[in-house]
Design a protein. Structure first.
Lengths: 275, 275, 275, 275, 275, 275
């Protein structure tokens, strides 16, 4: 048996987490900063080059129609695939700590392991953690770029997948050549980016992650209303309301600032251990 | 003329800031982290020993009845009184930068200077920045203390003042011996603290700052409902609804985690200058 | 009632902690770094300007005859007296967490509170935490100073008190004019320092804290042997063996490097909260 | 000639260092923190992602029978093999500084260069620096994993090699299927891990690095006594006493906490230069 | 004898250092970062709240007529007077290290101790270290303030003293009411500040420290030419050329950016020891 | 289309920047620390492992004959080639901010994009940014290495290219076997290093980057005078004066300390964003 040497595989990942409702935030944050950041840094500092958490902005009026998550988005940059040996990381001295409270808050079904790829979210029910691996660089830039000096940024980050049986190429044509360009026509859209979700590793059903940037939520509300009136339901879609994806199942998202709440590898220096 | 030597005057300060609504958050945060933290550290690092910002938790159902603020609370610990020479700091090379956007977001009246003591907040209108200086140590601990290990903390921090013409001693009796003890009878209250606001320096009308801690917002909602049914309107009060103070005018507050979003003096290291 | 404003009172403190034996180190260190450093920084960061821990060096052959402690020495620099309001800090939202394991490891008697001034250590039994407040600057420098470039430093830090009924002035003459000068005659002594322990606050029975520096433990062993042969038992002493103080009761010490293991305020950035 | 581009080769390394005896610690630590950490970071920061030092815990009663080291274990995570061009790093502007005192303390034979692969340790004589490169992830996990919340960790980290002429496969069967499982039967063993030492680069004779974790040294003492009574000397072994390897020659180890004393890349910021 | 408790005495200090010429910079910087910053932080971290070094900008054409220094300006903020016990700090375990090379570079006369108050600088000869203690806040602001957003800052910082026998009040009138206002009339002057040097502690002969800010050195050159033509030699002056003070003796200065090269307490974390 | 995965390509890069003259330094530094460091870290932190800036030392007498730059040298260590997708980085949300003032200061021709490979510098005119990618390790070490303890370091870093039509092998023979060895004969040369500039990516015309180290500028002045008298103009050279390359066109350089002014990834923590 040869020693296992992880392949060079630089990637970004995005991980959206939802809690039952805002009343869970104190317990969820306590888990994050008192337990999870230490656990995470101890585990992956040797092969993660950025680890940052963005707090979800409050949901504006129409946010739930777009499968919006309400807790955090965590961004990692990896040098290797942490799941390349198996579905859960192997060969580590310490495992992560998940309290019962945390499992309740994020409604993890018992007996299934954490973050399984196959859970299905629903509007009223469970919003599973959406964990996606992405190329290091954005694949599509429909509008932009923007400099930090240009003004405030209200980032709508969303992931979608196409229903089973839909022909991907056709659906992609619509997304790339109709939907995104429609947004870009609006002056209040300051940037639009998208990448396909990678297949290795795959930890969620989503096909594509995109971002459309505004200066604030009022402009987003107006934009989705306008684009909804311009872009008709495509033939392949089975969900009737704009954006024609079932929220929390085929379409999830989160609203973010451009700056993370915490750049953990830089800021955090608590009980960090060997691995 | 003798050289001015600032008096030893160790104090904590609490500064609550509200924005018009959640859509202002991207611009408000941009001002905070891109401009204000640098300005502040450059100015007061030699005599401030802690400078931390707590993001306001989302407003739960009844929050507006209690004058709740929606942006941030900033906590400082001072070794001196920064206003001891005059109403605005003197003898500094650099002044702070306030963009027009920031002034609009926080609805600063033009021509009045920033953070004047005498502005008056109203429920529908303006929620002036509430800036209070406090003793280093809490004066009253009605319930507690609590250890970090004990569980999540949902801190209700609020300031109140008594209407003009009310006899302070009588009103204080009610607050200290009726209202606060009523809250402490509830099992979901994990801690209750209070201090009088200092008069030197005085930058807001509030008489007292208090905190009542819960584990989450559901328990707070239930608690205010219960205590409202127990504690009747005192004779001196002019506002009819519990807690018998006019929200945003005589009573303001904010809901906080126990951990700041950013411990600036420790974490921030951007364009910090001489002063 | 006037608001309490802590007096300007800059001090150093030294806190020596012993565990039952070396097998307690994993649990003791876990308590220190996983719980206590967070608790401490959260509590006193606004008025402590240095907080550092030095790991006790392993006990050399004769160390136990000199009441040597085996875990850590923690050094603080304070701007105020944290015990000025009462025997235990008041007015804090969070108290420190002491696990049962920690209480067992440090043999804390139940029902007495932590760190009481009046416990008495014994050679075979309990070695109470020795917590002393000292002037910011050393009062006596018998030999020195030394520059960091001059070589390695093996610091023998020890505290002593005189038995009851001994006339302090007489005993002090002996300590300052006989014992310390005897050590300073040895070429292997590179520095000798001493200060009286302050009375406000007083948290241990010790009268004086001293340091005699060597380059390593072999030189210390030789030095105590030599000085023991030179300096006879003074008339007032009741303990027969050199240094004529009962170890762990009237004389305690610890062997240290010149550099702390951790300069906590600088290095640690874990779950730090409001206070 | 093509420019040399180091191959992607992510690895962990473990480096155990012993000093003559505890009296060397002040000089050894001075060399480490005053000279070596700067030298090291300056040299390899661009391709080392973690660099941490663990202080050896004091040797318990039976430790020397197991070839225990008494100074430090340093752990690195590398992206490349620093020895891929030659036995000593090439192409660096600065070399590391080793004082004569350090060479004496670690008993480096003169005229042989530092850290040669072929030195042989002996119980009474020299304990050469044991420098091993390992896969990023543990290859065998006999027991575990463990979460940081589970309790204190007393890590017995040890390396062994089989005597010449021993058939590796047979010996490995014994180690993997007899010795390690025997330890795992004990309830006081909380974790057991092992990996083969890599051959590229090879800087020591050891074949395998393992860790068995306990909560403290008393449990280790008891465990080795128990397992010694269970596991008989294998036919291939030439050393009679348990664990049937010659200490300091074929078997070396160190006792560690789970948390490093210093996470240098994070904490240290002294005279760091170009390379 | 009462224990010595340093008085509360918050101050800023400014320390200008010159080397023989630019060829000394590598040795001077090596002394600063390899030796002095560690020494300094170890010594005064408990009572210094800011310690920052600004690199002197290159001397423009007329700089030497104004006694310009060519190495660094170091700025400290103190809570106490470090010289209150005696001319050199007392009661410290470690003294600072000054290599012979450093003494040669800064032309320290042998046998006089470092930084004596009474040395006299001359244009061709020695430029003694100019060490001044100042109030925390500027006493005079002739023009300003300025925000960090307003543009680049080229700070001319200078200290002057009046020749013996000159009546201070008269000379001060000229400085405050003629010279500084003349500069402020120029549009290229963006800020002008001044404070009297404190007498306790006094470590240099200078009476007043001032700053006049420009956007670059060309504007400074033009400004001094213009003001020289406007402001005539006052009756009390004995030096004929503008600014009517003998350079390097009665008038010294340095040109600085607004941002220090290194904010040592924040950035540096090398071999920092006990004191 | 496959997702783009950047190739493993570890490299160092060196970037020399010149400003019109010293009067530009305040504006140039303001751009660097107030804008550029944030922009850069936000963009490349996930694949840059070191990012440090060295301030150019003041130009000594003969410096301009050697094409010396006067602002900064920035050193990066990359894990990937940031230009592998195209001439300017693609797939980034934020672009870098270059103010008009910065463009003027560095004399960027309008309409050509920043840092084009093909600009040509001239002695009197424009000194284009010299951006070179290099192997991680030095290819040639003519003299050295040196330890940090050995003394101050005055690094002459220079890049050269051979005129068109010159046969590279012949010219290289001269450089490697005549010029560099001549310098190494001088006792004041403490180190000499060189590497070929990589072709992928290529962002400047230079063929080779070298460093020759001295203890100060006086020794450099003497060395270039001596070597100029020893080494005659090679047949292939078209520029008559030593070192026989046209300054600012075929030969550029900068004088540096061994320690960067700022190790940005470690020290800077301002407005750092997603990318």
């Amino acid at each position: 048996m040869q020693p296992y040497e992880p392949k060079w595989q630089p990637m970004r990942s995005v991980l959206m987490v939802s809690v039952r409702d805002d009343s869970d935030l104190p317990a969820a944050y306590r888990w994050l900063y008192k337990h999870h950041v230490s656990d995470s840094i101890s585990q992956f500092a040797p092969y993660v080059t950025k680890y940052a958490t963005y707090r979800a902005l409050p949901l504006s009026k129409s946010a739930e129609h777009f499968g919006t998550y309400n807790f955090i988005m965590t961004e990692h940059y990896w040098l290797i695939d942490p799941f390349s040996q198996s579905d859960v990381p192997q060969g580590l001295a310490f495992c992560e700590h998940f309290s019962d409270e945390y499992l309740a808050i994020t409604r993890q079904p018992t007996g299934m392991g954490l973050r399984p790829t196959k859970w299905t979210g629903t509007k009223e029910g469970f919003h599973p953690t959406a964990f996606m691996f992405l190329p290091m660089f954005w694949e599509n830039q429909f509008k932009g770029p923007r400099s930090i000096e240009d003004g405030p940024n209200y980032r709508w980050q969303f992931a979608h997948t196409y229903p089973d049986n839909v022909e991907k190429d056709v659906a992609e044509q619509w997304f790339l050549n109709e939907l995104m360009p429609a947004f870009c026509e609006l002056p209040q859209v300051t940037q639009a980016l998208s990448s396909r979700v990678l297949n290795n590793p795959r930890k969620s059903p989503f096909y594509r992650l995109s971002e459309i940037w505004f200066e604030n939520s009022l402009e987003w509300e107006e934009a989705v209303k306008t684009v909804a009136s311009w872009v008709k339901k495509p033939a392949w879609a089975s969900y009737d309301e704009f954006p024609y994806f079932e929220p929390y199942k085929d379409f999830v998202g989160v609203f973010l600032l451009d700056r993370p709440e915490s750049d953990h590898l830089k800021q955090f220096s608590g009980y960090v251990t060997t691995r």
